[in-house]
Design a protein around this ligand. Structure first.
Ligand code: IYT
Ligand code: CU
Ligand code: CU
Length: 253
């Protein structure tokens, strides 16, 4: 971990290269098609374990035919191009539960310079078969203070997870073991500060831009599983009037 700062495992149908390694930060990216995040490791974070009988479905008609491991180097001086890629095959029976990822992301947040607090709110009504969240991950760049995600059912907010995005951005166990059913609302808030900036900060890919992501890793019954879902809606201010106040309290790091 003195060398690698964090790693993300993506699944895709068509990666930029099918062997070896390449620089995904320059002209090449990770996947030519839509990348799907499957796992994240970050320094010092405990490993995420899939619950018993839960597995990601890959291969066949899943559109996940390649794994791409993206490594963000903190200090690459000790690395010098040495790498080894190994595969561990384990042939196991199909799992009764399919793991999946629900990605909540803000697409249009603007953080004014100098403004102490800017919230990015995301909410969507859940319209699929029941899912069971077991881990969550938050992601912002340097202006994020706290990111929280909830299930809202009949007006009642239940926390799925709350974390400082300045801590290692791995998947952490959920705060509450809950189900998410058709008709529930999934809601997330990122709290940002514009302090220290002299211009507007927008959502984007560079470290001068920001992102607001709340990932929910879940499992679903094999028979009607939907492995990847997204939410990019703003949610109404009416809804977010009732967000628990903890969502506004920065986590000290
Ligand atoms: C604009 C933004 O928020 N990008 C995020 C979320 C994202 C992930 C994936 C967007 C798309 C994806 O296909 I996978 I479209 C983002 O890039 N997050 C990064 C990694 O790419 C996963 C992160 O560290 O969470
Ligand atoms: Cu990193
Ligand atoms: Cu980002």
């Amino acid at each position: 971990m003195d060398t690698a700062h964090h790693m993300i495992l993506y699944g895709c149908k068509t990666p930029y290269a099918t062997q070896g390694y390449w620089d995904c930060g320059k002209e090449l990216g990770t996947c030519r098609d839509q990348a799907k995040i499957m796992y994240a490791w970050a320094r010092n974070a405990p490993p995420t374990k899939l619950p018993k009988d839960v597995g990601f479905k890959v291969g066949g008609d899943t559109r996940i035919n390649y794994f791409v491991l993206q490594i963000h180097y903190g200090d690459a001086t000790h690395f010098r191009g040495k790498y080894r890629c190994t595969q561990q095959h384990s042939r196991s029976r199909a799992k009764p539960f399919i793991a999946g990822m629900y990605l909540m992301m803000s697409v249009d947040t603007v953080i004014p310079p100098g403004k102490k607090v800017t919230n990015a709110d995301i909410a969507c009504t859940y319209t699929s078969s029941p899912m069971y969240p077991f881990a969550f991950r938050t992601h912002t760049h340097s202006l994020g203070k706290v990111v929280s995600g909830y299930r809202v059912r009949n007006g009642q907010w239940t926390q799925i997870g709350r974390q400082s995005p300045l801590l290692p951005q791995a998947f952490y166990p959920v705060a509450n073991t809950i189900d998410v059913r058709n008709g529930d609302i999934l809601a997330a808030r990122c709290v940002f500060t514009g302090e220290g900036r002299t211009t507007n900060t927008q959502i984007g890919g560079t470290s001068n831009d920001e992102m607001c992501n709340f990932y929910i890793m879940y499992y679903m019954d094999n028979s009607h599983a939907v492995p990847y879902m997204n939410c990019g809606d703003d949610g109404s201010s009416e809804l977010f009037r009732n967000i628990p106040s903890e969502a506004n309290i920065p986590i000290p790091v």
